[in-house]
Structure formats: C-alpha cells, structure tokens
Write a protein that binds this ligand. Structure first.
Ligand code: UDP
Length: 237
C-alpha cells in the first residue's frame, strides 16, 4: 500500500469508456487499465463499479417511449460490456481480475457474492462489479456507494469524464460555474448538484463513507487520487 487507502472503490461512469461517444474506446480503456494496474501493483486493493451511460440510460429510453423497467435492464446490460472491456485491458497489464454481476450471466461473470469479492481483493485481484444493483430505478452511483460499504472500501473515488470535480453548475454550460475543493454531504444535497445522484450521497453521509470526485482526462489522475493527492472535490461530513 502506497497511499492512505488500503482498499478503494473506483466508480467509472460509462462516459469514460466511450471517451464521450457511444460504445467503447479501447485507447481510453487501456489508459484507465494501465493506471489501475499501477496502483494494484503498488499494493492498493481496487474494486470498480462500472456505469453504462455510453450505451443506454433507462430514463432517456423512457423519454423515447420505452417502459422504464425494461429500459433500465438494458442500461444494466450495457454496464457489463464495459466490465468486459476493462477486464480485458487489466489482464493484458498482468493484473488478475474477476467480474461479478448483479444479474446472473455465468459464462462471463461470477454472481455478486460480497464475501468472495473481499477474498479476491485480499489476493490482489481487481473486482469489477457490473449490472448495477440488478434492480431498475437505481443508478450505478448508488451501487458504488453500497458496494463500497459492503466490501469495506476506505473511500469511494468517483471518476468522471470531461469534468475534474464538483462544480456549482455544469461547467460545460455555465462559464460562471465554480469548482468546490471540499463539500459536506449536506451541502451537496442542499445545492441539488447533479454530478451524482442524491441516493448515493445520502447513503455515503449516513454511513460516513468518504468520497472524492475527480476527472479522468488527466492521464495520471487515478494514481494521484489513490495516493491521496488533493485533486478534485472531497465530500465529507
Ligand atoms: N441501472 C439500473 N439499476 C442500477 C444501475 C443502473 O436500472 O442499479 C440502469 C439505469 O437505466 C441507468 C443505466 O443502467 O441509466 C446506466 O447506469 P448509469 O446511468 O448509472 O451509468 P453512468 O451514468 O455511470 O454511465
């Protein structure tokens, strides 16, 4: 272990995998995998929850006329493709991995078994959690908070594409948006900031789970945040 954390939960939004487009950008995933490999080899245990917004978001498909539940299942299946891409590039870096999914798909992944996930982490394997919670109406942010708590991660690191922390407004749309270096959970909720969903933040608050929001556009950012460097936005009590 090199930094302040023995075990981290890394949430990678789907946008990261697509490099801003639909599908998976192998160059971007390779870059993320290289950094995760570096921190794992240095002794930090890493679990990952993967989003799926680069394929489908249930709420958007619902706007197009689909039934929300079925659209959400499509969203969850999309996350699994990202898991397999990350698994592939991590193994090419010589890191052992396991994918665990909340929807059973035995040919490609283990089912979600938290105690087994912890054993994998202890052995230095990266555990990649896919298919969200297996339940519609949830987000992968909330799953990241729940899995972080269940496997005993010291911190939840929220990796974002195109933004390097939490801002007062969307910096892509509002040039007057200000970045917060630190924020309390309550402020986050009161300001109704959209960078993560409120369920995830309130779960973190109620269970005193530390969170850091950071950008993935800088090639060294995962290594930096895992080693405790003050980047992005820290959310605390
Ligand atoms: N989803 C779901 N239940 C979950 C997690 C995800 O129904 O527990 C669906 C939901 O439709 C969501 C989609 O999967 O829009 C992709 O997940 P998310 O939007 O959280 O991905 P991200 O924004 O991180 O890319």
């Amino acid at each position: 272990m090199t930094g302040p954390y023995a075990r981290v939960m890394l949430k990678l939004s789907g946008e990261v995998f697509g490099g801003g487009s639909v599908g998976v950008d192998p160059i971007v995933v390779h870059g993320v995998a290289t950094q995760i490999a570096e921190v794992v080899k240095a002794g930090t245990q890493v679990a990952v929850v993967v989003g799926g917004g680069n394929f489908f978001r249930g709420a958007e498909l619902q706007q197009g006329g689909m039934d929300r539940d079925r659209a959400d299942y499509m969203g969850m299946l999309g996350t699994v493709m990202n898991c397999l891409a990350l698994q592939d590039f991590l193994e090419k870096e010589g890191v052992q991995t396991r994918v665990q999914t909340a929807i059973a798909m035995g040919q490609i992944a283990e089912p979600y078994i938290p105690r087994r996930a912890e054993r994998h982490l202890e052995k230095g394997r990266v555990v990649i959690f896919g298919a969200g919670s297996g339940m519609p109406y949830f987000s992968t942010d909330t799953v990241a908070a729940q899995r972080a708590l269940e496997v005993g991660a010291d911190v939840l690191l929220m990796g974002k594409q195109g933004v390097d922390g939490v801002y007062s407004a969307d910096p892509k749309r509002d040039p007057s948006a200000v970045k917060f270096d630190e924020l309390t959970y309550d402020d986050f909720l009161l300001k109704d900031l959209k960078v993560a969903d409120a369920t995830a933040i309130s779960m973190a608050r109620d269970n005193k789970l530390a969170m850091v929001f950071f950008g993935l556009d800088n090639p060294g950012s995962i290594v930096a945040v895992v080693s405790g460097e003050k980047i992005g936005t820290t959310v605390h009590a």
